[in-house]
Design a protein around this ligand. Structure first.
Ligand SMILES: Nc1ncnc2c1ncn2[C@@H]1O[C@H](COP(=O)(O)OP(=O)(O)OP(=O)(O)O)[C@@H](O)[C@H]1O
Ligand SMILES: [Mg+2]
Length: 455
């Protein structure tokens, strides 16, 4: 019996432990089931967040697709805008005339100012109209030492001229460039462009074309054009255009061509003018250096090289550079990867030899030959332009190396700018008058409608 009671006690203790355990487990179960509910609620929340996200993503995908379509549309509109810009730009230039003449008078400098009242760098005998940027008037200089000798035949008084643009001595390089930058743009658009600096020795042709390279303000038209070409080519990239640019630089001295970019010391290398092919009007120069360029800095390096090459010739022949024509050429080939258009333009920038007349320069011997060559090539340049203006059957391109070389860039399919440079000294009066008359003849020409070269 006692044994049975002991067993019952032990079992009751075990039951009581089990009850406590069960209670504990129940409490744990309740806790866990609470947590489970919480997690389920969180999952539910996450599911609905996910659904929201999915629909946001779908919305965004729609927006992206719509934006892509808008971008394509805008790109097409941009290309159309660019095409319209080219057409309008060309129309503007055509309305202005495909041959234009600008006139620039440099300031009196250094010793030239001696005796000038108030050191005024403006000449007294040249007058610029205040309200008209295309008018220039030349007065016979009463003070001039020439007045006794040439008063009669030159007539008395005053000579008035109109050009597309007249730049007074205070005009900066950047003001002049503003006016020619449109032509530079045309070369990128696939046109042949020729810019000539014409004028007597010391009138500022080289200053205008090349300027002072190290001085940003005084840099001339060539470096400024080069920078514009690279900047515009970069800008046109967004329309699918890619350009390949090549530079050549030569001079024509006594009707002989010299390569200014050559590495060769051999002065005897012959450069001839040849047709590119029997059916093409294009003329090429044999053995000439063409350099592919990728940056303005690279071109500036070539300009330095050219002036070193010219300086070498200068020491051998006095004042060689002012007695030769220099021709800087930038060939621009463009390809549009979107529209598959092609363009081939060329920018020619020519620093002509001094234009003084034979009787003024009192030349003899070798100098006489040089002067005759210069005069006949400049006169021929005038004749070529005149023949083109008159639509003559025969254009005398081949009468001089310069016009023969440029025959492709001087015709119905090109844009020509003559930049007439004038020396402000009174002593230069008769040369100034002569230059103004030459430029007026050129200004009265209009060489047909330019054709864009596309392939
Ligand atoms: N607009 C100008 N402002 C300041 N200086 C100028 C200007 N134009 C020309 N000059 C200076 O006048 C001088 C003669 O100019 P430049 O050498 O350009 O003449 P050029 O016409 O090229 O002469 P050449 O036929 O002998 O080569 C140079 O010292 C040049 O720096
Ligand atoms: Mg010069």
């Amino acid at each position: 019996m006692a044994q049975l009671r002991e067993t019952i006690n032990r079992l009751e203790k075990q039951v009581s432990h089990l009850r406590a355990d069960t209670k504990e487990l129940n409490a744990q179960m309740e806790d866990l089931s609470g947590k489970l509910h919480a997690k389920e609620a969180t999952i539910q929340d996450l599911r609905s967040t996910l659904q929201d996200r999915d629909s946001s993503i779908a919305d965004l995908e729609n927006t992206v697709a719509e934006n892509k379509a808008t971008i394509l549309d805008l790109e097409a509109k941009l290309r159309e805008g660019e095409r319209m810009r080219k057409v309008l730009h060309n129309t503007v230039l055509e309305l202005k005339g495909n041959i234009r003449v600008f006139c620039r008078v440099r300031p009196l400098l250094g010793e030239e100012l001696a005796g000038v009242p108030g050191d005024d760098p403006d000449p007294q005998h040249i007058v610029f109209a205040f309200n008209c940027i295309s008018f220039i008037e030349l007065f016979f200089p009463l003070q001039s030492i020439l007045s006794q000798t040439i008063r009669g035949p030159l007539g008395k008084g005053k000579y008035s001229f109109h050009f597309d643009q007249v730049f007074s001595p205070s005009s900066t390089q950047s003001v002049v460039f503003e006016e020619i930058s449109q032509l530079v743009q045309s070369a990128l658009d696939g046109y042949q462009v020729a810019i000539f600096a014409y004028g007597q020795t010391g009138s500022g042709k080289t200053f205008t074309m090349e300027g002072v390279q190290e001085d940003l303000e005084q840099r001339g038209m060539i470096p400024r054009s080069v920078e514009q070409v690279f900047a515009s080519a970069e800008h046109l990239r967004q329309d699918g255009w890619k350009y390949e640019l090549q530079v050549s630089f030569l001079e024509i001295y006594n009707e002989k061509i010299r390569d200014l970019l050559t590495n060769s010391k051999d002065q005897e290398v012959k450069h001839e003018l040849k047709m590119v092919s029997p059916n093409s009007p294009e003329v090429m120069v044999t053995n000439l250096t063409y350099v592919k360029v990728n940056s303005p800095q690279q071109v500036f390096g070539l300009l330095k090289k050219a002036s070193t090459n010219r300086a070498v010739a200068e020491t051998k022949m006095n004042e060689h550079s002012s007695r030769s024509h220099s021709v800087f050429r930038l060939h621009l080939k463009g390809f549009n990867s979107v529209t598959h258009e092609k363009s081939a333009g060329c920018l020619n920038m020519i620093d002509l030899a001094g234009s003084e007349r034979l009787k003024e320069s009192k030349s003899e011997g070798e100098r006489l030959k040089e002067t005759k060559n210069i005069n006949s090539s400049l006169a021929n340049l005038g004749n070529v332009i005149m023949a083109l203006a008159n639509k003559d059957q025969h254009v005398p391109y081949r009468n001089s190396k310069l016009t023969h070389l440029l025959s492709n860039s001087l015709g119905g399919s090109s844009k020509v700018l003559m930049l007439l440079n004038l020396n402000p000294r009174e002593e230069c009066f008769s040369e100034t008058l002569n230059s103004l008359r030459f430029a007026t003849k050129v200004n009265n020409c209009n060489i047909g409608t330019a054709q864009k070269k596309t392939k």
